[in-house]
Design a protein around this ligand. Structure first.
Ligand code: GLA
Length: 389
């Protein structure tokens, strides 16, 4: 049954459909909340929202993934239980309303194919799809950058995860065949064409270590501590984005050893994003390989957000023919790796990586090949092959 029909069966009304994509980050990890640079691409895995207005001020939201319904009143939105999926859509409504948008009540049915909790940003896809749907159903409009900001605000202040803006931004601004170079301070962005001979291959370790969200917030706090300390001698800096490697080394003695390593990761990673951008522009695959390898090492050793499954997945992938680069992607502690693979080598890559990972870890990885995809949009159900979903 299609999502629309399931909506009709549940809510006895027709609906419009909206979709927002998950993402993979090519390079620039844990830099977004340090005012730095990132290079993500939206992927062909979407969160779908079927939505229709109600006559009262209620939101009734059913998730197919969780087989559960949450409700909220637009005039008194508050978070459901801690760590509950319902906080994401309710938080988006809260953030939109707080920004002065008066929303209509609505029924929503949420489905989707972004693997949950795998570091492919299923939560940002959900937030952005719901935000776009609620605005559209209320006859309102905000530009895509503002929508991304409001969804981030929902996650920061309503859900309580201190994430940066990368995931929401690319869920809004993604473009087919392109990655997006984003300056997370100015929010200026530039599309980077991905060569058709290179495919994005995502390997899911199938593990998610529990500490992810607590450790994420802790890393962010450590970066902030680094800025506070360095500001004593470099009063002009606002964020780690403003600190050069030379300055960091010069003032290393001021910093706690762990905080120094966190800062070292962020500063070198920002440099790697800029180098990767140049490497994409001039087709320098060898440079890309080195940059992705260094990024992974830095996340493993300096930032300490990798895990043995991610390290192994990267090690196996890097040894395969036709692999341009491999590294962990997203927040870390499990989830996925991103691999740039020559198109002709993809099939053998998938088989070899799956066999070797299974042999060592005892889990069958999921391996996805995805073109870079478009950002959030309304789906024209009459003309698309949406019936498959
Ligand atoms: C998560 C967050 C992003 C970003 C990445 C790490 O995906 O949502 O804002 O910080 O981790 O790069």
């Amino acid at each position: 049954m299609q999502l629309l029909e399931r909506f009709r069966a549940r809510f006895a009304a027709p609906a419009a459909i909206y979709g927002a994509p998950g993402r993979v980050n090519l390079i620039g990890e844990h830099t977004d909340y340090n005012d730095g640079f990132v290079l993500p691409a939206a992927i062909e895995f979407y969160c779908w929202v079927a939505c229709a207005p109600r006559t009262d001020r209620k939101l009734v939201i059913h998730s197919e993934n969780f087989s559960e319904t949450v409700e909220g009143n637009l005039d008194s939105l508050s978070a459901a239980r801690k760590n509950h999926w319902g906080n994401y859509p309710l938080g988006v409504a809260w953030a939109l309303q707080n920004s002065g948008k008066r929303l209509n009540g609505a029924n929503l049915l949420i489905g989707g194919e972004v693997p949950l909790g795998s570091g492919l940003s299923s939560s940002a896809a959900l937030e952005v799809a719901v935000g776009f749907a609620l605005l559209h159903q209320s006859g309102l409009h905000v530009d895509r950058t503002e929508l991304a900001r409001l969804c981030q605000k929902a996650e920061n202040e309503f859900v309580g995860a201190h994430v940066g803006i990368m995931d929401q931004f690319v869920a809004c601004h993604g473009r087919p065949s392109h990655a997006l170079l984003l300056d997370c301070r100015s929010l200026e962005h530039k599309l980077v064409k991905l060569p058709p001979v290179i495919q994005l291959v995502i390997c899911n370790t199938m593990v998610k270590h529990e500490l992810a969200s607590g450790e994420y917030n802790r890393r962010r706090a450590e970066c902030e501590e680094g800025v506070r300390t360095l500001r004593r001698v470099l009063p002009e800096i606002q964020a780690l984005r403003d600190v050069t490697l030379g300055r960091l080394e010069e003032h290393r003695a001021l910093l706690d050893a762990t905080v120094y390593r966190r800062c070292h990761h962020v500063i070198t990673e920002n440099n790697r994003v800029k180098s990767a951008m140049r490497a994409f522009e001039c087709g320098d695959n060898r440079a890309l390989r080195t940059l992705m390898r260094e990024s992974h090492r830095s996340l493993r050793d300096d930032y300490e957000v990798s895990c043995k499954e991610l390290d192994l997945m990267v090690e196996i992938a890097s040894a395969q023919p036709g692999v341009i680069g491999a590294r962990m992607t997203g927040g870390g502690f499990g989830g996925c790796t991103v691999n740039l693979v020559e198109a002709t080598a993809v099939e053998a890559f998938k088989q070899n990586v799956a066999t070797r990972y299974l042999a060592k870890i005892g889990l069958s990885p999921e391996i996805y090949v995805s073109p870079a995809a478009a950002g959030v949009r309304q789906i024209d159900v009459s003309s698309s092959n949406f019936g498959q979903r």
